[in-house]
Structure formats: structure tokens, C-alpha cells
Design a protein around this ligand. Sequence first.
Ligand SMILES: Cc1cc2nc3c(=O)[nH]c(=O)nc-3n(C[C@H](O)[C@H](O)[C@H](O)COP(=O)(O)OP(=O)(O)OC[C@H]3O[C@@H](n4cnc5c(N)ncnc54)[C@H](O)[C@@H]3O)c2cc1C
Length: 454
Amino acid sequence: MRTVTVIGGGLAGSEAAWQIAQQGLPVDLYEMRPDVQTGAHRTGFFAELVCSNSLGSSIPDRASGLLMEELRMLGSILLTCAEQAKVPAGGALAVNRTLFSATVTEKLENHPLIRIHREEVKAIPAGNSVLASGPLTSSSLAKALQALTGEENLAFFDALAPIVSADSINWDIAFKASRYDRGTLEEGDYVNCPLSQIEYTQFVEALLQAETIPLKSFEEEIKEGVRAGMHGFFEGCLPVEVIARRGFDSLAYGPMRPVGLTDPRTGRWPYAVVQLRREDRAGSSFNLVGFQTNLRFSEQDRVLRKIPGLERAEFERYGQMHRNTFLNAPVLLKTDLSMRLRPSLFVAGQLAGVEGYLGSIATGLLAGQNAARTGKGVPQLILPETTMLGSILRAITEAEPERFQPVKANFGIVPALTDDIRRGKRDRARAYSERALSDLKVCLDRDVAHRHNV
Ligand SMILES: Cc1cc2nc3c(=O)[nH]c(=O)nc-3n(C[C@H](O)[C@H](O)[C@H](O)COP(=O)(O)OP(=O)(O)OC[C@H]3O[C@@H](n4cnc5c(N)ncnc54)[C@H](O)[C@@H]3O)c2cc1C
């Protein structure tokens, strides 16, 4: 039997290694810790939780609860270990983090088909493999990945735009409209803050002088890359201050372009516009479209309040940047998590463009299953799109590549229900969950029957 290589013994890689070994294939599992650390991990354990000790809500009609239930049906070893290490946390599955990762470590170390190598991998292996080196992938491996996928297809940061509360917007200035009054949007989906040429000039000058948050120590190497002209984010997600540095009018031609937005007070298009988009259905908060930023929070207060209409803005979330290495999944990956350009190479965890502990475990499980199936020459496990994991895979592979940002479990990515029954939010979530679990059961029964007949 051909050995499968797994790179990274975090959440995704640990799950993947176990799944492959359980299918009867030998695994070479590479983990660089404890000798080489990431800056966020503290131990040499497999599946270390770097921050929170919660895997999210376990209530079945919550998005994470549904994903947990799917993982249970799919035979996730990490979910079993989490349940063994559970601590009381209301409706959430929280764990004793040491017990959890020690249990996973013991399972992997004692599996007869898993051979563990404590070393940093610096090149992409040629054979059947799973790449699960996570958001803090070592820089040599990241360079090897860039060489394989193209520099533009590997991002090093997540960039979030600020969110303001609706009642802090100055409605005497801000106006609701969609570009060219296209009637496709619900009324009020977009709010526009208009700037005259003088206001735009003052805003850009303030932005260019504002202080940004220094990158953390483990991000130093990336800072070098940014200095060298390698941005570390996909083009559609550049921070506003980076765009502004490209030329004085680059924002007016980019996220602040005013075309098709007639200001009702003047009857004309303004010189520039900051668009705000609803965060929730009620319209109680809005995000600043395309305004990802790494400015200090106090600087965001000062600079963003120079935008007419936002003079007294209350920020519910400030813009932020996080170190996160991830591939441009819509360009590179198929829904079985294999790479388009190298079908024997599977990618899992945050590197595949998913967000969060559970999504990392879930993609590790599927990548492991499919790498093993490739090795054995049996058909891949393709999940129904109605499942939460199936929806995540569709969302990461079908997103707009230019603006791709990691995806986490949520009901917004699940296909709509096909009946005409009107439901409230909770009932709709319950119906999504019931449909997902019933479709997954049918899929797994068919898979077992099919593999029995082969
Ligand atoms: C600082 C931080 C905090 C986070 N907090 C949360 C949170 O609270 N809740 C949440 O849901 N998500 C959180 N996340 C996001 C994400 O869920 C976790 O990072 C999760 O661990 C990702 O799983 P993974 O398997 O993709 O990567 P990891 O669990 O990080 O596993 C990757 C493994 O690969 C190893 N590795 C890297 N490069 C190499 C190499 N070249 N050779 C060999 N081994 C290598 C690393 O040492 C690591 O053990 C956080 C992320 C970060 C960076």
C-alpha cells in the first residue's frame, strides 16, 4: 500500500492522518513543533488549540452544532477526543485543552499505521499527500507553496472592515441608494457617505499620516515580505491605507468610486463616496465596504470620523488584520479538497480557506478520507451541498477569487429550502439541519453500499 504524507499535526492534519490510517494506509505525519514553533502554539502536542478552548455551540440548529453533528456521523476522532475532554460551557462544546490535545497525541502516537516525524517540511511532497500546515505555515513551506501555486494565490492576512451602528450615522448627510439606482437591491441595503474634493483630500492626507498597528513578532517575516512589495492579501482585500499609498486618487477609483451614486442634496455624483452595507437584516449596523484597515483603533476613531456622515460614528468593530496563511481556494481547489493542478495533493484546515477550529477539523476529515481513497483507487467522498460541510466546500471553491476571504460554518451559505413554508429564523435553521442530516445519512448509506459492491 502507498504511504500518504500529512504535513502539519494541528487540528486538520491530526484528523486527516487518523482518517487515512483507519482506511488501512500507512501515514507519514510531519509536525515541526516542538523544535520549530509558530509563535502562537505553546506545546509539542498534536491538535493544540491556540486560543479559545471552545469548539462552538453544540446546539444542532446552530451552524456549528450542525457541523459537529455531521462530524459525528462521519466518524471524527477529534470530536470524540473533544467530547472526552469536555468541560461545562452551557450550549457550547468546550474542552480542557491539555487533556484534549494530549488525548489526540496519544491516539496518533499509538496508531500502528502512523509514523511521526518531528521536523519542518520545506518542500511540497510529490506523492499522495495532505497539506495542513495551518494559518501559521512556516515561511520556507509558504515559499514552496507560492512557487507551486503562483505568488498571487497565497494570502498571509485576513483583513476586516470596520462596522458602525446605524444610529450613530448622520442621516442628514448619508443617503440610501444603489449604483445607477439599480432596483436589484432591497431599499436601504447601501448607505452612501459623499465627499467633496476638499473633503476627500483632507481624508486621504489624514489616512496617509495615521499610525498602523505594528505586526506581532511572529509576523515579522511577513513584514519583510510586505516591504519587499509582496502584499500578503488578495487584491480585492487590500487595506485602504495600502491603496491610498499607491496614488492620491487610487481610493476615488477604487473602494470610494462615486459613479452612479447621485447625492439627493446636490443632484450630482460626489467626488468620492464611502459605501456602507447592512450587517444584519434589521439594519442596526453597517460595515464600511472595502475599508479593510490596519490603523490603530484610536486612529480609526480619528480618521474615519472625517468621513461626512460618520462624524459621530460608534464602532461596533474596528478594522483589523490577522496573520492567516490561506490559499485562493476558488482558483486552486476542487470540492474534494484536491488541488486542480496536482490531484494527488489535498489541502485541509485554514490553509484551504476555511475559518475556525471546527471547519479545520471537518476539512481535515474529508481531505484525509479522499487522500486515502485516491491511494486505494476508490471513488471520492463527495458530500451533499445541503450539509454544512458540503456548503463550506462549495462556498470556498465557488467564491469570487479576487475578494476571497476564509469561510466559516453559517446558514447563509446553505442552499435555500425548496418548499414554500414561511418560517422564522430558528425554524428555518432547524429545517436546514434536519435536511442536512437526512441527506448526509442517505449519502453515507450509499457510500457504504457502493464500497461493499466494489
Ligand atoms: C493566533 C490564532 C488564534 C486563533 N484562535 C481561534 C479561536 O479561538 N477559535 C477558532 O475557532 N479558531 C481560531 N483560530 C483559527 C483556526 O481555527 C486555528 O488556527 C486552527 O488551529 C487551524 O487549524 P489548522 O489545522 O488549519 O492549523 P493548526 O492547528 O495551526 O495546525 C497546523 C500545524 O502545522 C504545523 N506546521 C506549520 N508549518 C509546518 C511545516 N513546514 N512543517 C511541519 N509542520 C508545520 C504547525 O506547527 C501546526 O501544528 C486562531 C488562529 C490563530 C492564528
